[in-house]
Design a protein around this ligand. Structure first.
Ligand code: PLP
Length: 372
């Protein structure tokens, strides 16, 4: 049985009438730029994340770039980030004029550890970007305390974590709630995916929200008057309409992903060459990815390919080892936990419509490879 890594057509079939009606409504009104759905989406995501402001933009990459641009970074200003993440996290730091300072991760959760972040702080540090990787939050309360103590901005790259929560002092906290800003991606493959590129920033801070809005649109609050130079990074109304429709289903979809992840955990129990993902007890994971560590990973992925089982390595080369960051001078072995992860991880099919039979086929292929 062939099993795709992700099946967006299955999702589309389940919401087709609803989403087409929403899109049709925008077309009838010809309200393509900053139509009512954009503000509705901003409010809905702010509500979901217990934050005061939502500011939609053109991509998850811009959602990181815009707050960093708002800081007015000067040459040599440092921004701390994990090296085990998608490129956009660090690309945005560079494009905002900052110098990425890469930190290592916790081997259990794959997320940057508070201790590594604090150790990387220098007098030049202006911001920390954390990534809630694969759909599980970082230890946000500890990292927010570090950011506060050192007076630096905390950007939460939540591109993979829309709907994730973490219990802090008995209270559920969402992405973006405790940091300076939380950033989302609506890339089609994300848990909340649009029909193209899209992104959104959430923040509690009125002043920061105003800066984000200014940076999103040519650096001005009044048409044709510009206080600074900004971007043109709006979210299309059509995308907002699609996303508002899908947002109604997000909680159920994330619950389905958790059920599938729990079933994988059970099916892999006792299979020693495979380490199932570990969830910090305070976290509610949304399993954007179900990522295992696997012995002989590269041979396993060849085997999965031959069997028609979808899979992907997120990420095969850490950011401190990318050619474009060679000038930063990191050597092999400088971030050992990250480097080990890049050699061991592989993500398996997980999406709400995945059937038990499909999941069994994934597990059988892996067990077959290890002769279990
Ligand atoms: C961790 C992370 N950050 C940033 C991004 C960038 O988002 P986008 O592709 O919407 O620009 C992505 C997704 O692609 C991501 O996974």
């Amino acid at each position: 049985m062939n099993v795709p890594l992700l099946d967006l057509q299955a999702q589309h079939r389940s919401i087709k009438d609803e989403v087409l009606a929403a899109v049709h409504s925008v077309i009838e009104r010809q309200a393509f730029i900053m139509g009512a759905e954009v503000a509705q989406l901003e409010q809905a995501v702010a509500k979901l994340t217990n934050t005061k402001h939502g500011v939609a933009c053109a991509s998850g990459t811009d959602a990181i770039l815009i707050p960093l641009r708002a800081l007015g970074l000067q040459p040599g200003d440092e921004v701390i980030a994990p090296a085990f993440t998608f490129f956009a996290t660090a690309g945005a730091i560079s494009n905002a004029g900052g110098k990425p300072v890469f930190v290592d991760i916790d081997p259990a959760t794959f997320n940057a550890s508070p201790a590594a972040i604090e150790a990387a702080i220098t007098p030049r540090t202006k911001a920390i970007v954390v990534v809630h990787l694969y759909g599980q939050m970082v230890e946000i309360e500890k990292i927010a305390a570090i950011a506060k103590k050192h007076g630096v901005v905390l950007v939460e790259d939540a591109a993979q974590a829309v709907g994730a929560r973490r219990k802090v002092d008995g209270q559920w906290r969402a992405i973006g709630e405790l940091g300076s800003v939380g950033t989302l991606s609506f890339f089609p493959t994300k848990n909340l995916g649009g029909w193209g590129d899209g992104g959104l920033m959430v923040t509690q801070d009125d002043g920061f929200a105003a800066k984000l809005k200014s940076q999103r649109l040519h650096g001005g609050t009044r048409e044709y008057y510009h206080d600074e130079v900004g971007l043109n990074s709006r979210l299309d109304t059509l995308q907002a309409a699609v996303l508002l429709t899908k947002l109604n289903h997000l909680a159920a979809w994330n619950t389905a992903r958790r059920r599938i992840a729990a079933r994988y955990d059970q099916l892999f129990a006792g299979l020693t060459p495979v380490v199932a993902p570990k969830v910090d007890a305070a976290n509610e994971h949304i399993y954007h990815q179900y990522t295992i560590r696997a012995e002989r990973r590269d041979q396993l992925t060849e085997h999965l390919k031959a069997k028609g089982i979808g899979h992907k390595v997120y990420y095969p080369l850490a950011l401190h080892q990318q050619p474009c960051f060679a000038f930063l001078g990191y050597k092999a072995g400088s971030l050992p936990v990250t480097e080990k992860a890049t050699a061991e991880v592989v993500s398996l099919p997980i999406y709400p419509e995945l059937t038990d039979a499909q999941q069994d086929a994934v597990v059988a292929a892996i067990k077959g490879f290890y002769g279990a």
